[in-house]
Design a protein. Structure first.
Length: 118
């Protein structure tokens, strides 16, 4: 069983930065691919970024490339999402997710709100 708890959301002006954290419980964190997703009001949840557990290769959706950076600290069981040059369209609830079974993201956090004002 894996529990994920996000933090770091808030209100920021356009052009500003936030760093989201996701603390994971469970011994499978270090061997799980981790990801961030977001859901804006009235829209479906969308993929933002992911990072593997071994080579730690990051993947990003096109709209955040060059602005967001995903990283992980296996010693702290934590994954981060550094968000720079934020835009109003980045406003959403951001969710952390873990791919424990290696078959897709099967554990989710409760989400943290990010609001970017123009």
């Amino acid at each position: 069983q894996v529990q994920l708890v996000e933090s770091g959301g808030g209100l920021v002006q356009a052009g500003g930065s936030l760093r989201l954290s996701c603390a994971a419980s469970g011994r499978t964190f270090s061997t799980s691919r981790m990801g961030w997703f977001r859901q804006a009001p009235g829209k479906e949840r969308e993929f933002v970024a992911s990072i593997g557990w071994s080579l730690r290769i990051p993947y990003y959706t096109d709209s955040v490339k060059g602005r967001f950076t995903i990283s992980r600290d296996n010693a702290k069981n934590t994954v981060y999402l550094q968000m720079n040059s934020l835009k109003p369209e980045d406003t959403a609830v951001y969710y952390c997710a873990a791919d424990v079974s290696n078959g897709g993201f099967d554990y989710w956090g409760q989400g943290t709100q990010v609001t970017v004002s123009s």
